[in-house]
Ligand binder design. Structure first.
Ligand SMILES: [Zn+2]
Length: 196
């Protein structure tokens, strides 16, 4: 009776403390689970694009990039950036001549943000690359099979093939390659010539 009463007094404190500990344990477990799931998602494809976009925005602009057309050396590319085009335009890139159908490859890591047939550039691909720069690949004969907006690319990933689409129709097939930074078009040639 006495023991029972004593136990009765001690009782409320014991289970309360145990309940509090249990609650803390559950919270820690929940926190660990959330952290684990977040880490998993960060590392896996669910968040691959947002993560890459974040990383790309923080990466510096590349100082050297490979020539985006197979079999062409940077020394073979004419320095025509800024040259007048008609009465009101300037050449916002370089023209890289190669036989029709030659592979065109991304010069950077990035995310494909447009695959379309439009205007002067004709069949074109836009890649969002390091430092928020946009890379423009135009006058393509064809796109790489299956290439789509949202694709993650690396330097060397095929984007399409050299052609004469858009306003290049009827001229020698070439890739028009442009880079657009925060301040507009910039000359790709120094970067192509800096690559080993
Ligand atoms: Zn051009």
């Amino acid at each position: 009776m006495t023991a029972s009463a004593g136990y009765g007094h001690a009782g409320p404190r014991g289970p309360t403390r145990a309940r509090r500990l249990a609650r803390i344990a559950w919270r820690l477990l929940l926190l660990a689970t959330v952290a684990f799931v977040a880490l998993w998602a960060w590392r896996h494809s669910v968040l691959e694009r947002p993560r890459l976009l974040w990383e790309l925005s923080r990466m510096p602009a590349p100082q050297a990039q490979p020539v985006p057309v197979d079999g062409v050396r940077a020394s073979q590319i004419a320095a025509t950036f800024g040259a007048p085009r008609g009465s009101d335009r300037r050449h916002e890139g370089v023209d890289i001549f190669a036989p029709r159908g030659t592979a065109v490859r991304s010069t950077t890591r990035g995310v494909v943000v447009a695959v379309r047939d439009r205007g002067l550039g004709g069949r074109q691909v836009w890649v969002l690359g390091p430092a928020g720069e946009r890379h423009y690949y135009a006058h393509l004969e064809a796109w790489s099979p299956g290439l789509a907006v949202g694709d993650v690319v690396q330097p060397g990933t095929p984007l399409g093939t050299v052609g004469d689409s858009g306003n290049a129709r009827g001229t020698p097939p070439h890739l028009h390659y442009g880079i657009y930074g925060a301040d507009g078009a910039l000359d790709p040639l120094p970067r192509l010539r800096a690559a080993p």
